[in-house]
Design a protein around this ligand. Structure first.
Ligand code: TYD
Length: 205
């Protein structure tokens, strides 16, 4: 038996953290075991790479950034995601490969086709069963993210970077329309939870 692999995506400040916690509770209530994890990170090596990637004092080549994201992902798949799914557990992951297309591809300008090659190499065809894309205007995201904690290397980027990241996510959603669900993250939390309930209930049966 295989568990379900669900990823959450969106620009910084889109509300993923709140919705991830709610989804974890929703799944648990139904007696399903879920591993909650994040990218970059989720393993010892992955968390070290995360610290490097988010360090605002560490400038790096755009392709180095993309390769490190996939290196962390390779480790995450091997140590956490694949074993959990094989046990029949579900995996709830805060960001995955769509983030690399959005941030490193659209945001930074890494060639989309190169990212497709890395995706195929690292994932060998494995894709999430469902990806929830929390879509919000960058100015709203910035206001929310800014009030929570000190900005990391990505959060320090300018407005037009986040416009491109948002466009990249929407492009991925168009290209993977059956896997990805776009949720208007500008609406009140209760409304989003109603929508999430409708999406999740059939999956839990
Ligand atoms: P995020 O998930 O927003 O964590 P926090 O809530 O602690 O800020 O931070 C991770 C950052 O990493 C985010 O700005 C997006 C970036 N990122 C990429 O650029 N590419 C990727 O492939 C992934 C997974 C994340």
């Amino acid at each position: 038996m295989h568990g379900k692999f669900i990823t959450l995506e969106g620009i910084d400040g889109a509300g993923k953290t709140t919705h991830l916690a709610w989804l974890a509770g929703f799944i648990k209530e139904r007696g399903i075991k879920a591993v909650v994890t994040r990218e970059p990170g989720g393993t010892t090596i992955g968390e070290k790479l995360r610290a490097l990637l988010l360090d605002k004092n560490e400038a790096m080549h755009l392709e180095t950034e993309a390769l490190l994201m996939f290196a962390a992902r390779r480790e995450h798949l091997d140590k956490v995601i694949t074993p959990a799914l094989a046990r029949g557990d579900w995996v709830l992951c805060d960001r995955f490969t769509d983030a690399t297309f959005a941030y490193q591809g659209s945001g930074r300008g890494v060639d989309w086709a190169r990212l497709c090659i890395l995706e195929q190499w690292v994932q060998a065809g494995l894709q999430p069963d469902l990806t929830l894309l929390f879509d919000v205007a960058p100015e709203v995201g910035r206001q929310r993210a800014g009030s929570i904690k000190a900005p990391d290397r990505f959060e320090l980027e300018r407005h037009d970077f986040f416009e491109r990241v948002r466009d990249g996510y929407l492009r991925r959603a168009r290209e993977s329309a059956t896997r990805m669900r776009v949720i208007d993250a500008g609406t009140p939390v209760e409304q989003i939870q109603r929508e999430l309930r409708q999406i999740m209930e059939p999956l839990c049966r």
